[in-house]
Design a binder for this molecule. Structure first.
Ligand SMILES: NC(=O)c1ccc[n+]([C@@H]2O[C@H](COP(=O)([O-])OP(=O)(O)OC[C@H]3O[C@@H](n4cnc5c(N)ncnc54)[C@H](O)[C@@H]3O)[C@@H](O)[C@H]2O)c1
Length: 271
């Protein structure tokens, strides 16, 4: 009985589109999907990084991992991608909207992320990368003509639920900020999830979101000491700590979940 239930976690050859497939967390998700017998198409605008990502898995998982270069902010490219995937690889069962432009605080130029200076160009770029991309992929995934059970998983953040604590990002000059666009993208992706979860109730497409807390990635000690005070578990997440949630949320193990937001943040938003 126990074993039967666990079998629901098996991805059983399901074809999974993972956007932002060249990114930091995508490498983790890919490995987990492959271990659970899924097949994965990594989609990203960055072909060089995509090629690097696939190298690690190609040998062991031939014919189970694919890459596709696409600017997900372009409707014509997204439309073509879905056509190509159906023709050349097969019918996708799962879409993970994971791509986003993630501002690293170290790189943000002085003061430009201050709300009062924030440029319309940066706003449009960030909204397009993180939100328009998810809208377009969901639209063309939804249009596929099939009655099979399918899943969309949208990647949000603790900052899709709460405002950033700007004190975390302040340096000596006091000019570093988490940009407003990140908040809007990550809140917006939850709105998109609820919309599509209820729009397609006759199409067998379950749509859920997951809100991750910040992941440890060699941030400086000053930042780490500040952020841990905001997290009841007193630390950032390790890179691999979201993997099992991804498998659960895209597999039949979560078959009655729809329109939900799973929060995995060490308790940060509970405070
Ligand atoms: N890393 C964290 O601490 C953290 C915390 C909470 C939520 N998240 C979310 O998890 C997801 C993955 O995070 P990550 O750290 O791996 O990010 P990342 O920046 O490493 O990866 C994002 C990927 O998206 C791609 N991308 C951006 N715009 C694109 C476009 N127009 N077309 C195609 N690809 C595009 C980038 O090239 C990049 O490879 C993101 O949505 C992020 O907001 C991350």
């Amino acid at each position: 009985m126990k074993g039967d239930k666990l079998r629901n976690f098996n991805l059983d050859g399901k074809l999974i589109i993972l956007t932002g497939g060249a990114g930091y967390l995508a490498e983790e998700f890919t490995e987990e999907i492959l271990k659970f017998n899924g097949r994965v198409i990594l989609v990203d605008i960055n072909l060089k990084l995509l090629k690097l990502r696939i190298k690690k898995f190609e040998k062991e998982y031939r014919n189970k991992i694919f890459t596709y270069k696409c600017d997900l902010t372009s409707e014509s490219q997204v439309k073509k991608m879905f056509g190509d995937i159906e023709k050349k690889i097969g019918l996708p069962n799962v879409l993970i909207n994971n791509a986003a432009s993630n501002p690293t605080m170290i790189k943000s130029s002085k003061g430009s992320n201050n709300f009062e200076n924030f440029s319309i160009n940066q706003w449009q770029f960030d909204i397009a990368s993180g939100l328009t991309s998810a809208f377009l992929c969901s639209k063309y995934f939804g249009k596929i003509n099939t009655s099979q059970n399918r899943v969309i998983l949208n990647i949000s953040s603790d900052l899709g639920l709460i405002a950033p604590n700007q004190g975390l990002y302040q340096d000596k000059t006091g000019s570093n900020f988490k940009p407003v666009s990140y908040s809007v993208v990550k809140h917006g992706i939850i709105g998109l999830t609820k919309y599509t979860a209820t729009f397609w109730n006759e199409k067998n497409i379950r749509c859920n979101a997951v809100a991750f807390g910040g992941v440890f990635n060699n941030q400086n000690l000053k930042f780490l000491n500040k952020i841990k005070k905001l997290i009841p578990m007193n630390r950032m997440a390790n890179k691999s700590e979201y993997n099992s949630a991804i498998v659960f949320l895209i597999s039949d193990a979560s078959s009655y979940m729809n329109g939900s937001v799973t929060v995995i943040d060490g308790g940060r938003t509970a405070w």
